[in-house]
Every structure is written in structure tokens, then in C-alpha cells.
Design a protein around this ligand. Structure first.
Ligand code: NOJ
Length: 536
């Protein structure tokens, strides 16, 4: 059975501002990505996903788009983008763009027209509302970035809705012209050879048309993100959003071999609805559970189980270990477990998404107050919500700006960059980068590890174990999530096998064994041989 590329391969997320600066302004760009394509290809990832590179005032670092069909001059030109598509494909990879449909920048010409007069042609492209009786905002909806989600606009005497910054007004997806214009945006890039999109906040696109107040969230604690103060009953995951998603999918289906990925932070039972009632929704509704779970064997085994069972028939799983909105995995689980997490990510059933820099073990970088850039940290300071620490420049070598730039970069470089960098880790056979390379290689050469069946193995304590199988090729993945050793009897599981990879990178058996002693924080991949015995 053949599998589409987006089922087989690994997606590598590049945050373009921080990958490689080619033009010497301290901010990464397309020229920089072009320079580093050989590195990406050498990892053995299937597709590169770029966070937004469109013209933008950068109030939310590109998630505030002022022109959907161009490239920000800071990143390069359309001609350079076309070259990037060509060069990515020449290396056998795919290119995925970020698509930001929920909101534009307030500097987008559509919004400029919309706010100019109540009678303007594009007035209803955005969500305008009269004040409440007391002159205040129309309802209690709060912004994800703090404060009311309604912004008063003096010129026309109405409020507009913004789920994020006031500089990010939400589009009105009920308006047929908005849908048509945004579909054309997809076609613009698909025609240029883009292989798919990661859709920003897909579950946000439709809001209640009766503008009902959201109920309070009684579990809200100070320090939680501001919008956690409410249950977003009327602002997200509205039933009509499913129709919008399937229309987006239809646009992609006008082309062959493209992928639609949805950014959706919802509990699993809601998340899976975004595959569409007839698998006519997103190919991959992002599964963020590994970002949110407690890091222990029991919790992770349970969430895998729950997810596998919740998937609709034919719905393809996926796993995300890091992104530009969440603390680095090495910071969340510690460096020794980050290696175990790498093995988990690259051996679970489903498409993995890997965040740039996680493959070298980058950590959250402390940001001095005068270097803070994230608007979320500026709006809601001091409670640890800022995302700058996990958006810092890629560490290529031990030089002063880590090989990222010739000048001081827009965000500080980590202090650990003399040791944690691509050059040093490539020279170290036991580095986390070497582990990632080995894992990616093994995964590419054995379909059992990518598209094979998944079978949990019941275990106790800190061990998480499962078997992956395809066409007679079978592997046991055994991960020790604890600080102590773990003796694993393969014989008692009715198995025997040969360890082909350890997260310590120092063992490879030549003959099958019946027992494996796992060290603290060790994960192993065992090529199973048939014992003739059925497992209990
Ligand atoms: C989700 C993006 O990943 C995040 O970085 C951004 O701030 C919000 N959407 C708003 O677009």
C-alpha cells in the first residue's frame, strides 16, 4: 500500500525570523533558508513548514498579514520564494506555508477600507458591532492577548472584534466575498507549487452570530493566559466552522498531493471533528497533546490510547513536540528526557512535526527586559507567557552570533551556544543531533516505524512500550521515562530481538536478546524476531 508523503514523512517547522540571516540585518530570511537547505535535507525530513513570510507590520511577528500574496521585503522577494520552492523540490522535499485566515493586520487594505465608513464596500468583511447600552463593548468576549476583544473605532462609532491584538481584526468568514478572496489566496500559492498549508487558529474562524456572552471559567487561576478566564463557548469551535474547513479542503483538492493542516487547541474528542464528517476536512488537525501532557509513562500511554481510539476511520494521526508558541521540549522535560521524547515522536504512528532547534537540544533562552519582543509578554507581563525564549536564533556554530547572523540578532542567542550547536553536535557521535539523524534515518528505511500498525504493550512503572509492524518488519520501542534502571524481559512478552538504536547511542546488538536492561532515561528500538510464541 502506498502512503501519501504527508503520512510517511516528517514535517520540520522553520521560524524564518530565527533560522538564518542572509542579508545581515539580524533577522532571518528566505536567503538564509536557501543557504541552509542542505542541512534540512540532510536531516531526512520530508517537508519544511515556514511560519508567515508575508508583508506584515510584525505586531505579532507575521501573524498579522497586510498582504497575503507577497513576501515581506525583510524576508526577500517573490522571485526568491519561487527559487526556494524549486530548491526545496530539487532536494526531494516539500514546502508548507502558514495561512492566517482568522484575522488580517489592521494595515491590510481590506481593513483600511472596512473601517473607513459604515457604508464602505468591505465594511462587513470584519466583525463590527454597536456598543452595549452602557456604551461599553458589545459583550464580554476577551482577547487571547489580554483585555476586551472589542476595539472602539472612533471614526465610524462602532467596535470591531479581535481575538488577538487590536492590530489583528478578525475577518467575517460568513461573508461570501471573504471566503472567495481567501480561497484565491490559497490558489495563488498552490499555483506557485506550495505543497500545503498550516492553518492558523482554524477553530476560531466562526463566532456566534447572536454575540452571546461566554460563561466564566471557574477553574481560572491568576497567571493563566487571559482568555482562560472564560469558557470560549461562543467564540471558537462553532458548528458552522466545519463547513468553512471543508471548503478550504475543496480548494486544496483542486490540486494534487497537497496537505491541509489545522492549528487547533481542543480536547481530543473535539479535535477529531476537524478531520471532517467524511474525511473532507483537514488532513492533519494538529495534535498538541505531547506539548501539554505530564511527562510520565502512564499519562502518555493513556493519551496515545485515547487518541488512537478517537480517530475517525481513515483519519491519519499526527504528533507535535514543539512549536513557536510553547516552551522548548528540552526545557519542559529536561535534556535526558528530550532524547526519549525524540524517540517517541519519531516512532509513534502518525506524522511527526519537529520544531527547528529541538534537534540540537535548544532550551528556553532567558530574555532580558530590554530585549522582550513578544506582544503577549508586553500585554500580560511577568507571568511567563512570553514566547521569545523559544523563538531565539538557530545555533549553527560556536561563533559570537552562532553562525546565524553577522550582527546582533533580533533575539538573544543562548549562552549554551558554544556547546549546543549544529557544528559541534555533528562532530559528536553521541549528541542529540546524532540521535535525531539516526532516528530519522531508521524511520525512513523502515515503513513499520512510520506507517506501520501500532500496538501498545502493557507495562508498569516508568516504562512506555509499543510495537510497530509492517509487512513482517517489527520493532519494539521501549522508553524509560524514569530516573532509575528498568529491567525489561522480552521473553515474558513473548518476544526476542536485537537493539538497533538506543537514545544513548552506544549500543547496537549483533544477536537477539531476551532481556534488556534500560538505563535511566534510556529509550531503545528493538528489531523483533519471531519467537514462534504468541504474546499473552
Ligand atoms: C497562533 C500562532 O501560532 C501564534 O503565534 C499567533 O500569535 C496566533 N495564532 C495569532 O495569529
Amino acid at each position: 500500500m502506498t502512503h501519501e508523503w504527508w503520512k510517511r514523512g516528517v514535517i520540520y517547522q522553520i521560524y524564518p525570523r530565527s533560522f538564518q540571516d542572509d542579508d545581515g540585518d539580524g533577522v532571518g530570511d528566505l536567503g538564509g533558508i536557501l543557504e541552509r537547505l542542505d542541512y534540512c535535507a540532510s536531516l531526512g525530513v520530508e517537508a519544511l513548514w515556514l511560519s508567515p513570510v508575508y508583508p506584515s507590520p510584525m505586531a505579532d511577528f507575521g501573524y498579522d498579514v497586510s498582504d497575503y500574496t507577497n513576501i515581506h521585503p525583510m524576508f526577500g522577494t517573490l522571485a526568491q520564494f519561487d527559487l526556494l520552492v524549486e530548491e526545496v523540490k530539487r532536494r526531494g522535499m516539500k514546502l508548507i506555508l502558514d495561512y492566517v485566515p482568522n484575522h488580517t493586520s489592521d494595515e491590510h487594505p481590506w481593513f483600511q477600507d472596512s473601517r473607513s465608513a459604515r457604508t464602505s464596500a468591505q465594511r462587513d468583511w470584519y466583525l463590527w458591532h454597536d456598543p452595549a447600552a452602557d456604551g461599553g463593548p458589545p459583550n464580554n468576549w476577551v482577547s487571547n492577548f489580554g483585555g476586551s476583544a472589542w476595539q472602539w473605532d472612533e471614526l465610524t462609532g462602532q467596535y470591531y472584534y479581535h481575538a488577538f491584538l487590536e492590530k489583528q481584526p478578525d475577518l467575517n468568514w460568513r461573508h461570501p466575498q471573504v471566503r472567495a478572496a481567501m480561497h484565491d489566496v490559497l490558489r495563488f500559492w498552490l499555483d506557485r507549487g506550495v505543497d500545503g498549508f498550516r492553518v492558523d487558529v482554524l477553530w476560531h474562524l466562526i463566532k456566534d452570530d447572536q454575540w452571546r456572552d461566554n460563561p466564566p471559567n471557574l477553574g481560572y487561576k491568576p497567571g493563566d493566559p487571559p482568555h482562560y478566564s472564560q469558557v470560549p463557548l461562543y467564540t471558537t469551535d462553532r458548528p458552522e466552522v466545519q463547513g468553512i474547513v471543508s471548503e478550504l479542503r475543496s480548494v486544496l483538492d483542486e490540486f494534487t498531493g497537497r496537505v491541509l493542516i489545522g492549528e487547533i487547541y481542543l480536547p481530543v474528542e473535539r479535535l477529531v471533528a476537524y478531520y471532517g464528517a467524511n474525511l473532507d476536512g483537514a488532513h492533519l488537525p494538529f495534535n498538541f497533546q505531547l506539548l501539554q501532557s505530564q511527562w510520565n509513562a502512564r499519562s502518555i500511554a493513556a493519551l496515545i490510547d485515547q487518541y488512537e481510539h478517537a480517530l475517525p476511520p481513515g483519519g491519519w494521526p499526527n504528533w507535535v513536540l514543539g512549536n513557536h508558541d510553547n516552551p522548548r521540549v528540552a526545557a519542559r522535560v529536561g535534556l535526558p528526557q528530550a532524547r526519549v521524547a525524540a524517540m517517541l515522536l519519531l516512532t509513534l504512528r502518525g506524522t511527526p512535526t519537529l520544531y527547528y532547534g529541538d534537534e540540537i537540544g535548544m532550551v528556553n533562552v532567558p530574555i532580558p527586559p530590554d530585549r522582550i519582543r513578544d506582544p503577549l509578554e508586553m500585554n500580560v507581563p511577568g507571568v511567563g507567557l512570553g514566547r521569545d525564549p523559544y523563538r531565539t536564533p538557530m545555533q549553527w556554530d560556536g561563533s559570537p552570533h552562532a553562525g546565524f547572523s553577522v550582527v546582533e540578532p533580533w533575539l538573544p542567542i543562548s549562552d549554551d551556544c558554544a556547546i549546543v550547536n549544529v557544528q559541534a553536535e555533528d562532530a559528536d557521535r553521541e549528541s542529540i543531533l546524532s540521535l535525531y539523524r539516526r532516528l530519522l534515518h531508521l524511520r525512513r528505511t523502515h515503513p513499520a516505524l512510520s506507517v506501520g500498525n501500532y500496538e501498545p504493550v502493557a507495562t508498569t512503572g516508568d516504562l512506555l512500550a509499543y510495537v510497530r509492524r509492517a509487512r513482517g518488519d517489527q520493532f519494539l520501542v521501549a522508553l524509560n521515562l524514569g530516573e532509575g534502571p528498568y529491567a525489561l524481559s522480552l521473553a515474558s512478552l513473548g518476544m526476542a530481538g536485537r537493539t538497533v538504536l538506543s537514545t544513548y547511542l552506544d549500543r547496537e546488538d549483533s544477536v537477539p536478546a531476551a532481556e534488556i536492561s534500560l538505563r535511566a532515561n534510556e529509550g531503545v528500538i528493538v528489531a523483533l524476531v519471531s519467537t514462534g510464541r504468541r504474546r499473552a
